[in-house]
Design a protein around this ligand. Structure first.
Ligand code: PLP
Length: 341
């Protein structure tokens, strides 16, 4: 397979159209058999449910080349299960989990020429999503849906080295106490755009959102979960039913316990505790872990001892172990690596 002539190491995180995408339509209570297509456009009614009432959910995962030359994805079964729970919360039909994995495999295989080579640091980002496609004007769930999977090659996250982030405690909330914070829905992102633009304008990389009910506990950022390390080397990660259950964070918790023998606490984490933490990182598919150097709470700075130039030592161990598992350098737990080719 001839790879595309792409400068993998200098790719950013943007949309690059690839050759094929998967499409399946839901109508009269059933999904059709689904197909790969070259057509990168979606044509829907001007009154489609997704356009009027934001009935759409999505996933994000990556395909990449391992050390021994296989093309793989990481734990796609968990993305399938999460899309199911997201769809159920928005009254959308579930795309069967086995078919989700099959659609991901088919789409990646059809775009093999865009899967970056091992060692480039680049990956093929995979975006499965679904939306209400028929006209809806009275508020109700759509009757027809489209499920799609497209891929786009993305560059190394830490281009030019790791740079710990500076984040602010946001005055905006990302989720309501019994709302939709735990599902991967576009609506959670639409309402975060103003907060992220204003954070960037003020010189911050990200927003730390607090629990909306009491505004005393740490939830997450707009698109990544928190991991903290205490001064005595314990891993602590916030627990709340309005946090999106990150697959990366769940995998890192496993790695911390089973590979590194660390103690892990999944519990409520108070903003007031952060000054005592030794390390802080953001977990998500994009970066695996991005270290946080500083959190600013209305002018009051919390500076982690790990500093502003490198990952903290335990964050680094977690990062190296999980990326080693993903790239095939370290043996993976049963079922974590889905081989495509
Ligand atoms: C997708 C997402 C994450 C990260 O989840 P991963 O499965 O690790 O990629 C974290 N928070 C939010 C709000 C998200 O949408």
């Amino acid at each position: 397979m001839e790879k595309k002539n792409i400068d993998w190491g200098n790719l950013g995180f943007g949309y690059v159209q690839t050759d094929k995408r998967y499409v399946s339509n839901y109508k009269d209570g059933a999904w059709d058999e689904g197909t790969l297509t070259s057509d990168a456009t979606v044509v829907i009614s001007e009154c489609a449910g997704v356009l009027q009432y934001a009935q759409t959910v999505f996933e994000g995962l990556k395909a990449y080349t391992t050390e021994d030359g296989h093309i793989v994805t990481f734990r796609p079964d968990l993305n399938a299960a999460r899309l199911k729970s997201s769809a159920e919360r928005l009254e959308m039909p579930v795309f069967p989990e086995d078919r989700f994995i099959d659609a991901v495999v088919q789409t990646v295989a059809a775009n093999e020429a865009y899967v970056p080579p091992y060692g480039s640091g680049a990956t093929l980002y995979i975006r499965p999503y679904m939306f209400g496609s028929n006209p809806v004007i009275g508020v109700k769930p759509a009757d027809e849906y489209q499920f799609r999977v497209f891929t786009t090659p993305v560059g190394p996250y830490f281009k030019g080295g790791v740079k710990p982030l500076t984040i602010r405690v946001s005055d905006f909330d990302r989720a309501a106490p019994n709302g939709t914070g735990h599902i991967k829905a576009g609506l959670n992102y639409a309402m975060s755009l103003h907060a992220i633009v204003s954070a960037h304008n003020e010189g911050y990389d990200e927003n730390l959102y607090l629990d909306p009910a009491t505004r005393t506990k740490v939830e997450e950022t707009g698109g990544a979960n928190f991991l903290f390390v205490t001064k005595d080397g314990k891993v602590v990660t916030p627990k709340s039913n309005s946090i999106l259950p990150s697959i990366t964070r769940r995998s890192l918790v496993y790695v911390a316990k089973k590979y590194l023998g660390l103690e892990v606490e999944e519990r409520e984490v108070y903003l007031s505790e952060l000054k005592d933490m030794a390390e802080c990182g953001l977990c998500g598919t994009a970066a695996v872990i991005s270290p946080v150097g500083k959190i600013v709470d209305h002018g009051k700075e919390i500076c982690f001892p790990s500093g502003m130039t490198e990952m903290g030592p335990i964050t680094k161990k977690l990062y190296d172990t999980l990326t080693g598992i993903q790239m095939g350098r370290i043996e993976a737990p049963e079922g974590w690596i889905k081989v495509i080719k």
